[in-house]
Design a protein around this ligand. Structure first.
Ligand code: AMP
Length: 437
């Protein structure tokens, strides 16, 4: 019979085997974030549509083509969140967090939604981990955010990460740069696709976001006599230039590998100064970005707050985990499991024992009253490290049998000493935690 329902296009189920990798990655991330003294924030999965329309730019792909926009039963104009920074900024304002008068370090993790064309590493529901420092213009905050970004990847086992970095200046210096870029591209306008031609008119910086290989060649100076592309760094105002120099110097001091990417710009007005990204080429040209971030000194003001600077990033967890998978990564095994096997006569006390043991151990058993042989098979399949057998005679004598499923050896112990024996037997495998760095 054909299945009536499948997960909607662009979404997928994360099944238990795969989730072990996710949980490992999430738990490593939580450790790093806690050591950086960032605190978690959870915002709703949907918000007013306007929040995103205003902050992501009406002309952006996310707003024009990728938003899950809907009306609720009262006709409210809502959207599933396509990203996490605008909701965090909204919450920051709504709860007057700035009143505390110091900078706030926040992080979030959860699903985001964009109606893109699904492919490997690109989904309609995907997961991000992000962090923000709100309330400081100090270059040291940009550097801290980049260090945190890199240390998250390190905690996931990426040893070879280079951060691409650029400065996008201020809205004024960016507009000046946009004009230089437009003048540079004008002679080859006819070689650009329709989207890029429109962007050349509306917001020339966004032409640099193109994924089209022919356009990328053109921007790289191949196949034309355009001369080198103008660089944003050459259009920076004095303060942004000083900020940029301070960021680079501190990155060097921390030994964070980075390379300047002149094509890394953001076309929206609230982005300022530092912009950065990390890529993994194995994911394919359109979805190689593992994460990115930057300064957004104009965002909170755009949402109606008083001018408040901020800097942050978001990392695509789906892609991180895809890369880990490609590298053959397997998460460390969880704590060892115990399987309880009962006879017909010991089924009732077994239920009590299972509950008691579950206060300390990971315990599985067969909830159906099945034969001894069937339970033994289930124990073998369950991946348990050892079995606890409640034989009728032993139970009457106040004893149980512990069987080691790897070696096959077994011993009879008094019920009262069961926990101590299990502890001794499972040793280091008990409550095994993820090894720290
Ligand atoms: P962005 O907010 O577009 O800068 O995205 C930040 C990160 O989220 C990217 O670097 C990707 O790793 C991830 N990401 C963005 N869109 C998707 C998507 N549709 N599917 C999976 N990951 C995504």
């Amino acid at each position: 019979m054909a299945l009536k329902h499948q997960a909607p296009r662009g979404t997928r189920d994360l099944l238990p085997d795969e989730l072990e990798r996710w949980q490992w990655a999430e738990s490593r991330a939580r450790d790093v974030l806690a050591r950086y003294a960032y605190r978690e924030i959870r915002t709703p999965l949907f918000e007013d549509y306007e929040l995103f329309a205003r902050t992501s730019g009406e002309s952006s792909d996310v707003v024009q083509k990728e938003m899950y926009r809907f009306q609720d039963l009262k006709g409210r104009d809502l959207a599933l969140r396509p990203e996490g920074t605008a909701p965090v900024a909204r919450a920051y304002l709504e709860h007057a967090m700035g009143g505390a008068g110091r900078c706030h370090r926040l992080w979030y993790m959860g699903p985001m939604f964009r109606y893109g064309r699904p492919q490997k590493g690109r989904y309609r529901q995907f997961y991000q981990i992000g962090a923000e420092i709100i309330g400081t213009v100090a270059p040291a905050a940009d550097v801290e955010i980049i260090a945190l970004f890199v240390d998250l990847f390190e905690a996931w086992g990426f040893r070879d990460l280079t951060v691409a970095i650029n400065s996008v200046g201020t809205p004024q210096s960016r507009r000046a740069y946009g004009e230089r870029l437009r003048a540079w591209l004008e002679p080859v306008r006819h070689r650009l696709g329709a989207d890029s031609q429109a962007r050349l008119d509306s917001n020339p910086l966004r032409v640099l976001d193109t994924k089209d290989p022919a356009e990328l060649d053109l921007l790289a100076g191949k196949g034309g006599d355009l001369g080198p592309m103008p660089r944003m760094l050459d259009s920076l105002d004095e303060e942004s230039r000083a900020h940029w120099a301070a960021v680079l110097q501190a990155l060097d001091a921390l030994g964070i590998r980075h390379e300047i990417d002149h094509g890394l710009v953001r076309g929206l007005d609230y982005y300022t100064r530092t912009a950065f990204e990390a890529h993994d080429r194995s994911l394919g040209p359109g979805q190689s970005a593992l994460g990115g971030g930057g300064r957004y000194d104009g965002l909170i003001e755009a949402l109606g707050g008083s001018p408040t600077p901020g800097v942050g990033f978001s990392i695509g967890l789906d892609r991180v985990i895809l890369v880990l998978e490609q590298r053959g990564f397997a998460p460390p095994p969880g704590p060892a499991k115990v399987f309880v096997v009962a006879m017909d006569e010991t089924r009732a006390p077994a239920a009590v024992l299972v509950r008691e043991l579950r206060r300390e151990f990971v315990v599985d058993w067969d909830p159906e009253p099945r034969s001894f042989g069937a339970q033994m098979k289930a124990a073998g399949r369950s991946g348990a490290r050892c079995m606890v057998l409640l034989g009728e005679d032993e139970w009457k004598r106040g004893e149980v049998v512990i069987k080691d499923l790897a070696s096959g050896s077994q011993e009879t112990v008094p019920r009262a000493g069961l926990e101590a024996s299990l502890r001794a037997q499972l040793g280091g495998e008990l409550n095994r935690e993820i090894p720290s760095r």
